[in-house]
Design a protein around this ligand. Structure first.
Ligand code: NAG
Ligand code: NAG
Ligand code: NAG
Ligand code: NAG
Ligand code: NAG
Length: 947
């Protein structure tokens, strides 16, 4: 019983979940409970969510123009955990807008135009932890609007028009789980308040308001550990007036009337918990005073950002040297002078980004920082790196020199960096790379040289980098890669050569890295092939490469792919070939790539218009196929035949007008199909497709928004198919053809078989009346004579005397209608009766006989008798000599006469003797012969009847 219920329910459920296409959302292919609904024009929230499945967990509805959220907007999506409604035009949130979203954990309403939060808006959000309301126009909060959010941990109200701090504090009173409150960029001038902050609020952002005097209770911040008061107009004394003893991080940057040195003289906060950024500490005196306060304190990060520091004299930060990290970013430093401003012991990390550094000098004689592991000098103007520039940091592991103006690297620039693992030199002006440059970097695993001006990679440049696994040479001007360029890179697995000017690739180029290379990026170079006839296999030894990028070759694209181009890439899983204006792909292009999971050929609308049959036939592992915007017009019926593992198929923006459903049905694992912007016609050609798209269980992107090409107001999913209904069509066809056939047959049957029907009807009646004795051998007459009245004279005068009254042996009993028919009976009944009570039927054929309807009927009826008795009953005598030509008008008679021997009457007395003898013999005939004869002539008889 349970089983049947389950089956029933299962079927019903299946029925419910079919048709997965969403009007305004795309289900994420990677995680099927995630929906992205962006850039939909003129939608309401209802139109967006109404068709989403109830188990949706993650929903992003950004960049639309939704203005209102009525109550119960997400009624059915009770499993929702993550909801992002940013970048809309929300103005009105009704009470209960989010009711039923009991599982919602994250709600983002930022970048809207919400003017106020009225009562009940957040009702039902029992489990909400993160609420983002920044970048709205909120000026008013209902005092109880946040009360339902008792799980809330983080509330962001930045960039609004809030001015009454007391109201804000009141509104969050019951939020005992609230930890973080962001109120930057509002209009708050005073921290006046009636209530305290909820006890768990520990992080408070009040940056970019109009705070001058804080005007709060002295212990208002007693539970705060992170406090941002930057970009206000707060005075020193007003901060001195509050108790910040629990604060672990205080940012007061950019408060012009705040004097940190004055503050440090009488502060409740520990000096090491202050962020010294943006405090205008730019003279040596100020800096050394600060460090005086920090003397002997262990600091994890000493932030000195944005202080306008131009120069750091020797040992100036000596007393700050117990810090792990020193951040001097966004100052005006021109050099770091071998870090002489710091005292060595602890420093692990130095950050000097966004300064005016120009040159790193020779530091061979400087004190060493044995703990220094990481240096970042990004965003400076460094153009020169002298020899031994990093001699002070022998244990450095990470060095960021990117985004500078480095032109040249000296031979010994990196001297001593034998522990360096990661070196970033990207976005500089390097033109040449020399083998000697990297000689010391034996431990390097990652080298980034992207966006420089390197033109040639000479032999053995990277020879000493035997531990390098990632080499990024993208965005250079490389035209040549020498044959031994990558020699020595024994561990290289990822090589980026994209956005260069490489014109040819050869197998030798990669000879040094054949056994280790896994990722090869050759995107946007200048590879180009004239034809696909030649055989070129540059990757033949790269058997470990799983990711190969060849898309967007400049300026013309690859145009052609040579034969066996991908030979040897036995591990390849992802191949990028889009934007290459491939004019033709031969069907064996991808043969051998049996592990390929991802293939992109899209954005190629100048070339291919039809894919060669069998082109994907060996890609049985393929999971994602991108054929977007390729100008495809038709798809070969077998094109996707072997793609049984395919999950995602991108066919959007092609010129496909019709698609055969069987093509798609092969791909049993397909989960995601994109046909957006294909001009699929709303005609019977696409009837099956239409039905299939709606019924299939995979996602068809925006299936309900696909319009008909010639009418943007009608939709593909519901175009009229009643005219195409195959079954109905068949039924209609059958019915009408049957009727036509019947109309044709009835007259024929009527004309041909009328008498047969009548005959049988008569037999039937007779049978009913038991008129027929079962013994059919008893005949009343020997012969029924069928003749025309015009020949009556001959019959009575010539035939009767011979046959009836002749010598005793002849004594035949004849049935003649004038004489023997019963009066008062219907003539046909009489005929049938007579034929049946006679052994044979004798037809006296003459011209007038042929013309007579009755005679013809009599002959016909006689022939039916054959079927009842299996006997030949017809005997023909010809009274006149009727030529063949004349006979042809009476085709029935002619047919009989052609097959049967007939007896010809003659006026000559001698001939008449033979005539009578033949006739008598024919009428009497021996029975056995008779039967054989009749059997032999059955065919004739049948054809006679059916003619
Ligand atoms: C998502 O995928 C899982 C397993 O792959 C399946 O059980 C679930 O029904 C799918 N959900 C939807 C909404 O398709
Ligand atoms: C909830 O689902 C029902 C039926 O599935 C539907 O009629 C209704 O419009 C849906 N409500 C919302 C708010 O989408
Ligand atoms: C929900 O999806 C968005 C967009 O794909 C993603 O950024 C976010 O991390 C996801 N959140 C959760 C909880 O899965
Ligand atoms: C900042 O505060 C000082 C007094 O403390 C006042 O003179 C000045 O006008 C204020 N500046 C602004 C921009 O409010
Ligand atoms: C420190 O500041 C507090 C509050 O302004 C004040 O009461 C106290 O007298 C000051 N102490 C000194 C030594 O200046």
């Amino acid at each position: 019983m349970y089983f049947w219920l389950q089956l029933l329910f299962g079927t019903f459920f299946l029925f419910l979940v079919t048709g997965r296409g969403y009007r305004n959302c795309i289900q994420k292919f990677e995680s099927n409970d995630t929906f992205i609904c962006v850039n939909r024009l003129k939608v309401t929230i209802h139109k967006v969510v109404f068709d989403l499945p109830p188990d949706t967990r993650n929903l992003t509805i950004s960049y639309n123009t939704i203005k209102k959220l009525p109550s119960g907007s997400f009624g059915n999506l009770t499993k929702l955990q993550y909801l992002k409604l940013a970048h809309n035009e929300l103005e009105s949130l009704s009470p209960g807008a989010f009711s039923d979203l009991i599982d919602l954990n994250y709600l983002n309403l930022s970048y809207n135009q919400i003017p106020s939060l009225s009562w009940g808006v957040f009702n039902g959000l029992d489990n909400l932890r993160y609420l983002y309301l920044q970048n709205n126009s909120i000026a008013f909060l209902h005092p109880e609007v946040f009360f339902p959010l008792f799980s809330l941990k983080s509330l962001n109200l930045s960039k609004n028009f809030l001015s009454n701090f007391s109201e804000i504090v009141n509104s969050i009173q019951p939020l005992q789980n609230l930890k973080t409150l962001l109120l930057c960029s509002n209009d708050i001038s005073y921290l006046n308040h009636i209530h305290k902050l909820p006890s768990n609020v520990s992080t408070l952002f009040l940056c970019k308001n109009n705070l001058q005097e804080l005007n709060c209770h002295q212990d208002f911040f007693e539970n705060i550990s992170f406090l941002d008061l930057s970009y206000n107009n707060i005075t020193t004394s007003s901060i001195q007036n509050v108790n910040l003893s629990k604060v672990k991080y205080l940012l007061v940057a950019s408060n012009p009337h705040f004097d940190v040195l004055k503050y440090l003289d009488n502060s409740t906060i520990k000096p090491e918990n202050i962020d010294y950024s943006g405090l205008n500490l730019n003279t040596s005196t100020e800096l050394s005073q600060v460090c005086q306060h920090l003397r002997g304190k262990n600091i994890s990060i000493l932030n000195l950002l944005e202080n306008g520091i131009k120069h750091l004299s020797e040992n100036i930060l000596e007393n700050c040297s117990l810090s792990d990290t020193v951040d001097l970013s966004r100052n005006r430093l021109k050099n770091i002078s071998c870090l002489k401003f710091l005292n060595p012991p602890r420093l692990k990390s130095l950050i000097v980004e966004h300064n005016l550094l120009k040159k790193l000098i020779n530091c061979s004689k400087a004190a060493q920082f044995p703990n220094l592991k990481s240096i970042s000098l990004r965003y400076n103007r460094i153009w020169s790196l002298e020899n031994y520039a990093f001699a002070f940091s022998p244990n450095l592991e990470e060095l960021k020199l990117n985004i500078n103006n480095i032109i040249f690297l000296d031979r010994h620039t990196f001297w001593g960096l034998s522990k360096l693992k990661s070196l970033r030199l990207d976005n500089n002006l390097l033109t040449d790379l020399y083998k000697s440059t990297f000689i010391y970097l034996t431990e390097l695993t990652s080298l980034n040289l992207r966006n420089n001006r390197v033109a040639v990679i000479f032999d053995n440049v990277f020879h000493y980098l035997s531990n390098l696994s990632i080499l990024d040479l993208g965005g250079n001007k490389i035209t040549h890669v020498k044959i031994e360029a990558f020699n020595g890179l024994k561990r290289l697995s990822k090589l980026y050569l994209d956005r260069n000017q490489i014109v040819t690739i050869t197998g030798e180029m990669f000879s040094g890295v054949e056994t280790t290379l896994q990722v090869l990026d050759l995107m946007a170079n200048q590879l180009h092939f004239e034809s696909s006839r030649k055989e070129i296999s540059p990757f033949s030894n790269l058997s470990k490469v799983y990711d190969l990028k060849l898309q967007a070759q400049q300026p013309f694209g690859l145009t052609a792919i040579p034969r066996k181009f991908f030979r040897g890439l036995t591990s390849l899983q992802a191949l990028y070939l889009s934007q290459n204006r491939l004019a033709h792909l031969s069907s064996d292009t991808f043969h051998g790539l049996s592990n390929l999971k991802f293939l992109s050929l899209g954005e190629d609308c100048n070339g291919i218009q039809n894919l060669s049959p069998g082109i994907f036939s060996n890609l049985s592992s393929l999971e994602v196929l991108d054929l977007e915007n390729m100008c495809l017009q038709t798809l070969d019926s077998d094109i996707f035949l072997n793609l049984t593992r395919l999950k995602r198929l991108q066919l959007s923006k092609n010129a496909l007008r019709a698609i055969n459903v069987s093509l798609l049905e092969n791909m049993t694992n397909l989960q995601y199909l994109d046909l957006w912007k294909c001009p699929l016609t709303c005609t019977c050609d696409n009837e099956e497709l239409r039905n299939w798209l709606i019924k299939s269980s995979m996602q068809v992107v925006y299936v309900y928004n696909l319009t008909c090409p010639n009418d943007p107001h009608s939709y593909f999913h519901n175009f009229d198919i009643s005219v195409c209904d195959r079954i109905l069509k068949k039924i209609l066809f059958c019915c009408s053809s049957m009727i036509v056939l019947l109309l044709m047959l009835i007259p024929i049957v009527y004309s041909k078989s009328y008498w047969r029907i009548r005959y049988n009807y008569f037999l039937f009646l007779s049978w009913l009346h038991e008129r027929w004795s079962s013994d059919k051998d008893l005949y009343k007459y020997d012969a029924f004579v069928s003749y025309n009245t015009k020949d009556e004279e001959w019959v009575y005068q010539n035939m009767l005397p011979v046959l009836e009254n002749g010598s005793s042996s002849n004594g035949l009993r004849l049935c003649l209608h004038h004489r023997d028919f019963q009066l008062g009976r219907y003539i046909v009944d009489n005929i049938v009766d007579s034929i049946h009570s006679s052994r044979r039927t004798l037809c006296v054929v003459s011209r007038s006989y042929l013309k007579s309807e009755w005679c013809s009927l009599e002959m016909q009826l006689a022939s039916y008798k054959l079927f009842d008795e299996m006997r030949d009953v017809l005997v023909l005598i010809l009274l006149e000599n009727i030529p063949e030509k004349e006979l042809s008008t009476y085709h029935r008679m002619r047919k009989v006469m052609l097959k049967k021997t007939y007896i010809q009457w003659s006026e000559e007395p001698e001939a008449q003797k033979l005539f009578w003898a033949q006739l008598i013999k024919a009428l009497k005939g021996s029975t056995t012969e008779d039967i054989e004869d009749s059997l032999l002539s059955t065919d004739e008889q049948i054809s006679l009847i059916s003619s």
